[in-house]
Design a protein around this ligand. Structure first.
Ligand code: CMP
Length: 431
């Protein structure tokens, strides 16, 4: 069985899709123009037919994923294929026109049904999140609209091309160009009226294309508008949030310096985490993924906290899932001396000052990789100093209960914290 991730198979699939698109362009044009079926065109037809036959056979030997489960049992693969795409793929390869004579040439249009593969592929690629999905969807939509315009042009030629003048009919490419011009102006509902239907057949065809054009035009505009809005979803959400905040601040007449601080806080949120609240993002994930993502998010901080560098993976995992992210703006007091302590903090980014109650004496400056707030938890006493943010500070908070839990399970961690707390106590106690 061929595995779905097999590189050669993936290249083959892409090649088959390109061939399917070639067919979608070539067959309607050949039928409309009544092009002689020999030479290059015959070769192309035989070549593409062979590609489709090989693809049909290969599909019976190709494993695939259904909702994340690999289906690679030959019987199962064949059963699913026979129930699904098989009929369409078979109709696309049967040389019905050769069997029943040239009057069956239109049967060749059945090959266009294979475009369903192209549509499925596009859906998969857009969902794969490799590049911007909205941008991809726009490109795919452009592909379908162009193909539809091509078909309308071919249909117009087949219906007799209306009142297109003879000078445009001197070569096939000129006739196609003029018909494509008619198709596009009609589909985008411009309809200059310089090319008009003459016979009843042309009039009926023009009405159908006009109706489809009106629908398609509205649909494309709506889809494009929503895709443009989604090009950068994070940015759109965030701008909306700021707009709401601005309206609120104006309405409640928040002082302008406070407004500036709020806006600069939002700017910081955008530059450091694209406006997302890490804690909120994690709540939607199952526990196993939560640990992985938390480990990744905290990895920068963990590498810099010396007590973690010697800790085992178990301890890190335990702690990481219990840490809650938080942000403080410059000048904020994270807590003040004398308050009851309910958590300790690890600094992920920025720096804080350890200061006296009145904020006038600074005992120390702590930055990325340092922690604070452990003494109150260890000795069950009020905070022995105040902590003030010097700039924007990203912190991870470990609650009292979780802190005790970790201490009990990992004595080495407890010893280290005890030693440091003692030193800090002594330092502060000095006059
Ligand atoms: P806690 O007493 O809970 O709250 C104030 C915190 O400041 C304290 O825990 C320590 O984590 C920290 N701290 C106190 N003194 C110092 C110091 N000299 N150097 C660094 N940090 C300190």
């Amino acid at each position: 069985m061929i595995h779905p991730t097999n590189k050669c198979k993936q290249i083959w699939d892409a090649f088959v899709l390109v061939m399917t698109s070639v067919v979608a362009v070539e067959i309607p044009l050949r039928i409309a123009m009544d092009l002689p079926f020999r030479g290059g065109l015959l070769f192309l037809d035989v070549f593409i037919s062979s590609v489709f036959v090989v693809d049909l056979i290969l599909t019976f030997f190709s494993a695939f994923y259904v909702n994340g489960t690999l289906i690679n049992d030959p019987k199962n693969v064949a059963k699913r294929y026979l129930k699904g795409w098989f009929i369409i793929d078979l109709l696309a390869v049967l040389p019905l026109d050769l069997i029943f004579g040239t009057f069956m040439i239109n049967v060749r249009l059945l090959r266009l049904l294979r475009l369903g593969h192209v549509a499925t592929f596009m859906q998969k690629v857009a969902n794969a999140n490799v590049v911007n999905a909205s941008l991809l969807r726009m490109l795919f939509l452009a592909f379908w609209v162009s193909l539809f315009a091509h078909w309308a042009a071919c249909g117009w030629i087949a219906a007799g091309a209306g009142n297109i003048t003879d000078e445009w009919k001197t070569t096939e490419s000129l006739l196609y160009l003029r018909s494509l011009y008619w198709a596009v102006t009609t589909l985008v509902t411009i309809g200059y009226g310089d090319i008009t239907p003459v016979t009843p057949k042309q009039t009926i065809f023009a009405i159908i294309v006009e109706l489809l054009g009106a629908g398609l035009y509205g649909y494309v505009i709506a889809i494009f508008a929503s895709l443009v809005a989604k090009l950068d979803v994070a940015r759109t959400h965030f701008t909306e949030k700021i707009e709401k905040m601005n309206t609120f601040m104006r309405f409640r007449k928040i002082p302008s310096d406070l407004q500036d601080r709020i806006r600069s806080y939002y700017e910081y949120l955008w530059t450091t985490r694209r406006g997302y609240d890490e804690g909120q993002v994690l709540t939607d994930l199952p526990d196993s993924l939560k640990i992985q993502v938390s480990l990744h998010l905290c990895s920068g901080m963990i590498e810099k906290v010396p007590i973690f560098s010697g800790a085992g993976e178990d301890l890190i995992k335990q702690i990481v899932t219990k840490l809650r992210p938080g942000i403080f703006t410059p000048g904020d007091y994270i807590f003040r001396e004398g308050e009851v302590g309910d958590s300790m903090y690890f600094i992920s980014r920025g720096s804080v000052e350890v200061v006296s109650k009145d904020g006038k004496t600074a005992y120390a400056t702590l930055s990325q990789g340092n922690f604070f707030g452990e003494i109150a938890l260890l000795l069950q006493q009020p905070r022995n100093a105040s902590i003030r943010a010097l700039d924007y500070v990203d912190l991870y908070t470990l609650g009292h209960g979780d802190f005790q839990d970790v201490l009990q399970k990992f004595p080495a961690f407890m010893d280290h914290i005890h030693d440091l707390a003692k030193k800090r106590q002594e330092q502060i106690a000095k006059p």
